[in-house]
Write a protein that binds this ligand. Structure first.
Ligand code: AMP
Length: 212
């Protein structure tokens, strides 16, 4: 069985883009706590209403809420997962091991990139409302403005990809990442990849890690 993969990295470091390729080529299941939370907001559930303001501010939703949502949406007895956006702090890293992963083999990968470059990447990010393909107006612009090259549906901008919220999200990341990296380093599960390379090279590095 392939190892469960935990993708760690700042917002905009390329985790979502790479996760989509891992799903397509290596048949992983992708679980993104950000996507799960956004789904709750879209469906106007009680949970969605509770987390909306926090997400729009760029701060973190409380650990228990996110852990419950994560646990309810994955079944490790049958599947290999890519965890994207979880864990965000040391308590979540511990909970992921104890409550979700238990004895499953896992590897964590840190997407190493200069954080200064990320604000522009995030504010220029656009996502297809149909197939979820991720574009960037700076580095991967769609052929026709506002339209997905793959499925023709409209492109949308995430509500938290505005300048002010991005600033908070990057600050929160800086304040919380070190103990998370230490957690995986101490248990010998951490690999670091250079996420500033082109996406094909990042993917090759990731693929190699699943084969070790
Ligand atoms: P993301 O899509 O991973 O960039 O997450 C978007 C937002 O969802 C974050 O800024 C947080 O408000 C919330 N969020 C996603 N994952 C978590 C998590 N593991 N813990 C707490 N909040 C989270």
């Amino acid at each position: 069985m392939k190892p469960q993969l935990i993708l760690l990295g700042a917002p905009g470091s390329g985790k979502g883009t790479q996760a989509a390729r891992l799903v397509a080529e290596l048949h992983y299941n992708h679980i993104s706590t950000g996507d799960l939370l956004r789904k709750e907001i879209k469906s106007e559930s009680e949970l969605g209403k509770k987390v909306q303001g926090i997400m729009n501010s760029g701060k973190l939703v409380d650990d228990n809420t996110v852990l419950e949502l994560l646990n309810a949406n994955c079944d490790l007895s049958q599947n290999a997962y890519i965890f994207d956006g979880f864990p965000r702090n040391h308590d979540q890293a511990k909970a992921l091991d104890e409550v979700v992963l238990k004895k499953s083999k896992s590897r964590a990968v840190y997407f190493n990139i200069d954080l200064e470059k990320l604000a522009a990447r995030l504010t220029n990010r656009r996502t297809c409302s149909g197939c979820g393909e991720i574009f960037n107006l700076l580095s991967k612009a769609p052929a026709k403005e506002g339209v997905c090259d793959l499925c023709g549906k409209s492109l949308t901008q995430r509500k938290d990809d505005n300048e002010e919220t991005v600033k908070t999200r990057l600050q929160v990341f800086k304040e919380t990442i070190d103990p998370v990296l230490a957690h995986y380093e101490e248990s010998g599960r951490l690999a670091r990849i250079d996420a500033s390379q082109n996406p094909d090279d990042v993917f090759a590095a990731l693929k190699g890690l699943t084969e070790e």
